[in-house]
Each structure stands twice: as structure tokens, then as C-alpha cells.
Design a protein around this ligand. Sequence first.
Ligand SMILES: *[C@@H]1O[C@H](CO)[C@@H](O)[C@H](O)[C@H]1NC(C)=O
Ligand SMILES: *[C@@H]1O[C@H](CO)[C@@H](O)[C@H](O)[C@H]1NC(C)=O
Ligand SMILES: [Zn+2]
Length: 438
Amino acid sequence: MKSLVLLLFVTAIHAKHEQYSGWKSFYVNPVSFDQLLKLTSKIQELHLDFVRKAAVNREGIVVVEPKYQDDFLKFLAKEKISNRIHSDDLKERFDIDDQKIEARKLATRSINGGSLPYDNYQTLDVIYEYIDKIAEDYPEIVTLVSSSKSFQGRPLKYLKISKDKFVSNKPIIYIDAGIHAREWITIPTVTYAIHKLVENVTEPDLLDNFDWILFPVVNPDGYVFSYERDRMWRKTRSLKDWSITSFLCRGVDGNRNFNFEWNTVGADDDKCSPIYAGTKPFSESESRTVGEIIDEHVDRMVLFITMHSFGSMILYPWGNNGSLSHNAFSLHTVGINMADAMNRLSLPHFPNYVVGNSMLTIGYGTSGAAEDYAHYRGVPLTFTFELPGLENEDDESNEFSEGFHLDPIYINQVCVETWAAFVIGARRAGDLFGKKNL
Ligand SMILES: *[C@@H]1O[C@H](CO)[C@@H](O)[C@H](O)[C@H]1NC(C)=O
Ligand SMILES: *[C@@H]1O[C@H](CO)[C@@H](O)[C@H](O)[C@H]1NC(C)=O
Ligand SMILES: [Zn+2]
């Protein structure tokens, strides 16, 4: 009996990532806006997955399932878009990532005097335990809100951090992460911000002058699923109805589900698509909860940031059509300030951040996105961050390459540099819009 259990366990480990056997990923490097547009429309036509966004002269990474590999390579050749292989077999790549995380677990301590460690990725349970503990240990400044639930019934937990429980009219800074399940590195950047506001205060003005709303895991169902079952999972885990396609293709892209130009561009009606927009705006309780926070606090919210990966980019509205908003100048300059802060602290082999309008930078429009919704509702400064992805290649040259993972050895680095962006972003937002509604 015991050996049977053991055998099943071993089989389960080997079966992990099996669905990605034979899948490949390619670096693609468009050198003109025209190439970028052709590339993104091909990717949309084949429903491919752009795991690291490309920009003009900025290599991206596309994942291609076996049946489209020939077609995609022919297209790249025809359009003369330079490309090279990133991974010959995705399953193998994911297995290596798992090994790195396991090795990291052995090499690092797992307890950090009650603080969350930033030396590895953490399970949802560990993250939630930390959020609860912070609220318990610092009741004068931290309020835990967990009144809404995910599709599968998990609490959606966010923290309100304030010196006076939000009663005065201070400007509000909002930051969230994890709406896209597989973008694991986003989550520690937000828990790290909690740490810097509450546990290790080196910038006291940030609490004197602002109130904060920090929402580290917007899509907990997806996060757990990406941990346990499908490393590439991006969407929520909702079921629309009792049809077979609903069961086969669960979930909605939370960042296409906001009530802004919903399902008009860069989103999909097909339930199986990674960018499925849902049955209606805010069909997903995860996006709806973010929308409700925006609506409730819009009068005082001056800065809204939603964390994503990968690409080393700071993107701003309008993402649906590439028009610049009336606040474009402030958006751009504050974006540059934040990028500068990160570039200054960054490691030499990390790429510099690119700052720009979403659509003009990544070459395709999106609708129903959080950044646009918040801006449309009246938040003056709204941004999508695409964090850097970096792997340590396991070849003899030991070179670094950009990837769609971030090696756990870099988690702390990314958290530290991203915090510097939040600090300058908040201060600039305060200078520009702090008196918004006083
Ligand atoms: C914050 O953390 C740094 C680095 O670990 C440490 O040197 C410093 O003493 C801490 N400061 C406070 C106020 O906790
Ligand atoms: C682009 O979309 C924004 C937001 O909906 C809108 O205000 C703007 O007028 C649009 N621009 C064009 C050229 O349609
Ligand atoms: Zn994302």
C-alpha cells in the first residue's frame, strides 16, 4: 500500500507540466512599428500567448503550441522579423524552474522573524498568513478588508494602511498584483510595499502624507491553480454555465473584464482564449472588487498601479486606442521618474524600463483593462507595470537571458527597485494632485 502511494506521488510529479510537452517559445524582435503591428495581429489571429511583451527594438517572447509552430515561423520569415529560439520544450523549462524553487527552499531560511522572506516564491497560504499577521500586529495603522470572495470562495484580501483610518482627506495610493495568475513576481512587490510602510519604515512621509490600499493577490484561485496545476494559467477560475466548453475552458482574463470599452479591442469572445473578456463587464468578482475600490475612493485616489510581468515597461492610458489623455504629460513624466528610480538601482544585466502609452508601446490595443478603467473614472495617474523577467541560463557561459520567469534569486532585487518607483511615484502624485479634492 505504502509503495503504491509513493508510486502515485512520483508519477504525479513527472506528469507535471505534461501539457506543455513539445511547446516552444521564441524570442521575437520587431525593429519597426509596422513589424510590431504585424506581429501582434498574427499573435492574436493564432491565439498565441505573448508572455513577454515586445516593443519596437525590444525583444519579446511568444509561446507557440506545436500545431502553429510551422505557420508562425513562416510568418516571421516572410515578414523578416528577427527571431531565435527561447525554449525548445516548455515542459523541460518548467521542470527546471521547479527545481530552482526547490533548491532555493533548501538553501534559504523559510522563517524571517515573522516577516515574509523575499528569497523565494510563496504559496497563497503563506502570503495570506502574512497579510493577517500584519493586520493583527499593527491594528493602529492597518485594516484588513476581506468582505468579497473569489469564484471558488477564497477571501479577496486587501489592506488599508493609514495613520488615521482614512478619516482625513489624504490622497490615496492604490497598488495591486496577481490579477494574472502566472505573474508570480508581481505579488512580492506589493507585500514588500506593505513591509516598507509598516514594518521597516524608512520613508515616514509616505504615511504622513498618504493613505494606501494594497491588494497583493487579486486572483487567488488562479494563483493556486498556476502553482499546483498549470504554470501558464492567467485567468480566473470561474465557470459560466454547465456546458462542456465551460468546463474545458474556465476563467476570464481579469484585466479585460473592467467596465471600460469592454470587449471592443484586444479581448476575445472565445471562452478558451487567454484574453476572454467574460460574459459582461465585471462578471468576475475579482475585477469587480478592484472596480468597487476605485469607485469608492476615486475622489481621493491620485495614483493607481497594477502590477504585471514581463517586459520592463511602465504603460499608461489610453490602452484601447493609443490616444493620449488630458493628463498625458503628467503620466509620462511621473512614469519616467519611476523608471529612472528603478533603472538606477537595477543590476547591469537587467533591461532598462520603457515608458509609454500602452497601445503605442506594445503594438496592440486592449479593452476592459484596470489602468484605463481607473483613469476613466477619474484617477489622474494610472499605470500598468510590466516587471522584468530574468533567468540564469544553465549553459557553460552562464549567461543571463531575459525570459518569462524571474529566477527566485532576483525576487528581492525586483522588490527593492520597485519600491523605489512607488516612493517617487507617490511623492510626485502628491505634488501634482495631492490637493485634488481638498
Ligand atoms: C530596515 O531594514 C534595513 C535593512 O534590513 C535595516 O538596516 C534597518 O535598520 C531597518 N530599519 C527600520 C526602521 O526598521
Ligand atoms: C480613445 O479612447 C478614449 C477613452 O475612451 C477617448 O476619450 C478618446 O476620445 C478616444 N480617442 C479617439 C481618437 O477615438
Ligand atoms: Zn499581466
